[in-house]
Unconditional design. Structure first.
Ligand SMILES: C[S@@+](CC[C@H](N)C(=O)[O-])C[C@H]1O[C@@H](n2cnc3c(N)ncnc32)[C@H](O)[C@@H]1O
Length: 410
């Protein structure tokens, strides 16, 4: 986390409180209307100052902009909630928070500590799922946001408190933390605007993650999707979640709520698909390129479950080190996207250009795995006036740099 000067924090808290008054609500409504009318920032701010006063104009404009951004994720709630840009950037998806809350509470816990509540996404989901929630944060702005958001959404049974999760977890006893039988921990994984790849630099750090999972078995921790499998403690379930083909979160479930060893959760068109393994299924075997290429969903790859999908599809890897599968048929499966392979050639730009010209292909989408090429650059280099389209996959096949030209349409 970046240290923010105390006066700045106190000023942000004061502004948030001012926006939660009836006058603040009027200022926010005006700012939202100006934003919807696409009035530029300078003109909008000057109109707001004249209409609602200098004190409310700037904060109202700032929050209106965050609400606007938040709508895609938070839906109707966004227009009732308050977010700073920092809190919105750190916020998870409410539908996934709801899913997490339901699973955590299914074990029978009725009180949950949300350790690092930020703008309150998890707190809100937990309270809506029926829990009493102790929302904890070291940051006064986060606490204010959570308190105001909970109130704005008419949610009861939430207590917002100042506290350091590191100390609370250190003091945890009897499978409880801060008097709660369950916990959600979502460490801050950014500092100075950058992702912190080393879990020891998260706030709270990895040592607190492990300690919580050990001491409070009804707990779930949000971690970076790139987390090394070797770090996952024994008896803990690790789950990777993707939405629309992109990985969005990774979770560690404590032993009282763990149901399996690894889980890949793939959300496609609003439908949730889950693939699980109770133990390491090992790697898939490799084989020659056949008629179809299958690109596993990133949640399947990250969770280490590619070999389960390979077995299901009767497919093999194109290379032992590359997560592309190949088989004789297209797959109707949520775990992969399938491409018909039309041409296989060693990677060579000149030969690829000649082949695409011959096939009448002028526009390509480039995919790559195990290659240093830049997909957008290669797609530009291959662009011509020809009407046909194709997907060009640059990868390694049995160790050799190879191009697969797929789904040619002319
Ligand atoms: C990633 S955010 C939580 C986001 C939240 N779960 C959501 O989806 O909106 C992490 C939060 O943890 C808080 N935090 C960081 N270190 C902490 C600590 N030692 N104790 C309590 N809170 C902490 C940060 O201030 C921040 O608000």
């Amino acid at each position: 986390m970046d240290p923010v000067p105390e006066e700045q924090t106190a000023e942000t808290v004061r502004q948030l409180r001012a926006l939660a008054t009836p006058e603040g609500a009027v200022a926010l409504a005006r700012a939202a209307a100006l934003l919807d009318d696409r009035v530029d920032a300078v003109a909008a701010l000057s109109r707001l100052r004249a209409e609602v006063g200098t004190d409310l104009a700037g904060p109202a404009w700032g929050i209106a902009r965050q609400r606007h951004k938040a709508r895609a994720t938070f839906g109707a709630d966004a227009d009732r909630m308050l977010f700073t840009s920092d809190a919105l950037e750190q916020a998870g998806r409410p539908e996934l928070a709801a899913r997490r809350a339901a699973r955590l509470l299914a074990g029978g816990a009725d009180s949950v500590a949300d350790l690092g509540c930020a703008a309150g996404t998890d707190t809100i989901a937990l309270a809506r799922a029926g829990a009493r929630v102790l929302a904890v944060d070291v940051d006064p702005v986060a606490r204010e946001l959570t308190a105001l958001n909970v109130e704005a959404l008419g949610i009861d049974d939430v207590w917002v408190v100042a506290g350091d999760a590191v100390e609370m977890v250190a003091a945890a006893r009897g499978r409880e933390v801060a008097g709660c039988g369950a916990a959600v921990l979502d460490p801050a994984r950014r500092a100075g605007g950058r992702r912190q790849l080393d879990p020891d630099t998260w706030s709270p750090p990895w040592s607190t993650v492990v300690e919580l999972l050990e001491k409070v078995p009804t707990s779930v921790v949000k971690v970076a999707p790139g987390l090394d499998h070797d770090r996952v403690p024994a008896g803990v379930e690790a789950e990777w979640v993707s939405v629309g083909g992109s990985i969005v979160e990774a979770l560690l479930w404590g032993s009282a709520v763990a149901e399996t060893w690894r889980r890949a959760t793939v959300v496609r068109d609003g439908v949730v698909h889950e693939l699980t393994a109770d133990s390491d299924p090992g790697p898939a075997s490799a084989g020659p390129v056949r008629g179809w290429l299958h690109e596993p969903d990133p949640a399947v790859i990250r969770s280490g479950l590619v070999s389960l999908v390979a077995a299901d599809l009767g497919a093999t890897l194109v290379d032992p080190t590359i997560a592309y599968l190949t088989s004789d048929a297209a797959a109707e499966s949520p775990w992969v996207s399938s491409y018909r392979i039309d041409e296989v050639l060693p990677f060579n730009l000149k030969k690829l250009r000649a082949l695409l010209r011959e096939r009448g292909v002028g526009r390509v989408v480039v995919k790559k795995r195990g290659s240093a090429i830049e997909p957008e650059t290669l797609a530009r280099q291959l662009r011509t006036d020809a009407r046909g389209t194709a997907t060009v996959v640059v990868t390694r096949v049995a160790g050799a740099p190879t191009t697969l030209v797929c789904d040619v349409r002319t």
